[in-house]
Ligand binder design. Structure first.
Ligand code: PMP
Length: 407
């Protein structure tokens, strides 16, 4: 039995209480983005209504209030990730932006021709393309860890790929398309044995798994606020100070400088060196509210409840004739990807939408992974803390209706 009061939690999310196509909304697209509690929405409007001001350089009351709220989020993220210091937390536009930052600064400065970068088969495009672009520019080689039919990384194959040529290992903690939770600590440990730097794509992990970057010994860890009940278009990256210190800045502009003349510019200290221009102030502040929300519920409680939902849904969906779950790892976050014999995922999505059920269909920005399984895409239901077993029943009934309609 869950420690959480799910009815009360549902009441915190205004968007859930509406009808779609005449049916109560069932929102199962949480791996794409989670919904936002009223407190987060209020934090956004509270900033614009009460203390909108640009941060850091202002000395008036509003600027100081905004600056302090903005910097508080950095400290909350530090605690949330258990990072050693808040100067090692860089605000980004999200996971994609964090990975691009590392590729464009660390990668471009310290990688050379024939150096190798390792990723896995189950990476999101945002953890493939920045490295490919880097490889193209520097003549590096991208190596890919194979996975099993169940959707798990083959550790022996990974270890075989490692050598002194390996400079970066960048792997997803939890897969958005399969739900697989990777043995990220072990992956990092092996990478460090050959002196490689590691990046963890934490986009799908932070809302389900307690993160401790020191215990993982991750060199970089990226996540997005919008998968964590926070706003879209912002996130953060943790980086070890010794690496961030030696990395050059990426974007140039205000805030990231110490002194500018037309002849020379000296750069600001951490974390500001990587934060050029006026940031996404309201959204940063609202992320703090989202973190409070998650901390108040307790990540362990959220994870335990979501596992209950995952098990329930796995059982229900597996009972449907012709349905195959893609991604059957021993350890999963609350994501179920599936295909149904003879039915295109798109049709499933459209017909479920007519019943008020929102799922995601397609390649989930993991086209190489879909190729690995020899499919064009999947239908994916992903659960958050406000979802219920009754909603999963509706999904199962909905899928039976889809089958009756199309077959
Ligand atoms: N990695 C994974 C595993 C993801 O699920 C996502 C978002 N779907 C991303 C990276 C990219 O996140 P964002 O679009 O917020 O930058």
């Amino acid at each position: 039995m869950s420690q959480l009061n799910i009815d009360k939690i549902r009441a915190d999310f205004p968007i859930l209480h509406q009808e779609i196509n005449g049916k109560p909304l069932v929102y199962f697209d949480n791996a794409a983005t989670t919904q936002k509690p009223k407190a987060v929405i209020d934090a956004l409007s509270g900033y614009y209504e009460g203390y909108n001001a640009n941060i850091h350089r202002g000395i008036h009351h509003l600027a100081e209030k905004a600056t302090s709220a903005f910097e508080e989020t950095r400290k909350s993220i530090q605690r949330f990730l258990n990072a050693p210091s808040h100067e090692e937390i860089i605000f980004t536009y999200g996971t994609t932006d964090g990975i691009n930052l590392v590729a464009n600064t660390y990668g471009r400065s310290f990688l050379q021709e024939d150096d190798e970068i390792i990723i896995s088969t189950m990476e999101h495009h945002s953890n493939i393309v920045p490295w490919q672009m880097l490889c193209q520019e520097k003549g590096c080689v991208l190596k890919v860890i194979p996975i099993t039919e169940h959707g798990e990384i083959i550790m022996e194959e990974y270890v075989k790929l490692l050598s002194e040529k390996t400079k970066i290992v960048s792997v997803v903690y939890a897969s958005n398309a399969l739900g697989t939770v990777n043995a990220i600590k072990e992956i990092i440990e092996e990478a460090h044995k050959v002196g490689a730097v590691t990046l963890v794509d934490g986009a799908q992990a932070t809302s389900h798994i307690k993160i401790d970057v020191q215990e993982l010994d991750a060199d970089f860890f990226c996540f997005s606020a919008h998968k964590l009940y926070g706003p879209t278009g912002m996130g953060a990256m943790y980086g070890k100070r010794e690496l961030l210190d030696k990395m050059p800045p990426w974007r140039g502009g205000g805030e990231m400088i110490k002194e500018v003349t037309f002849e020379h510019t000296s750069f600001n200290e951490l974390p500001y060196k990587f934060e050029a221009g006026t940031p996404n102030i309201a959204d940063v502040i609202a992320l703090n509210t989202a973190l409070d929300y998650v901390n108040d519920l307790g990540l362990e409680n959220i994870a335990a409840y979501e596992q209950e939902l995952l098990e329930y849904a796995t059982e229900k969906l597996q009972a449907i004739d012709g349905l195959k779950i893609i991604g059957q790892a021993a350890e999963k976050v609350s994501v179920i990807s599936f295909v149904i014999d003879g039915i295109h995922p798109q049709d499933i999505g459209v017909l479920l939408d007519q019943q008020g059920i929102a799922i995601r269909t397609g390649h989930h920005c993991t086209q190489p992974l879909m190729q690995r399984f020899g499919i064009v895409g999947t239908s994916r239901a992903s659960f958050a803390v406000y979802n219920t077993k009754e909603e999963i029943d509706k999904l199962a009934e909905g899928l039976l209706k889809v089958k009756r309609f199309l077959m």
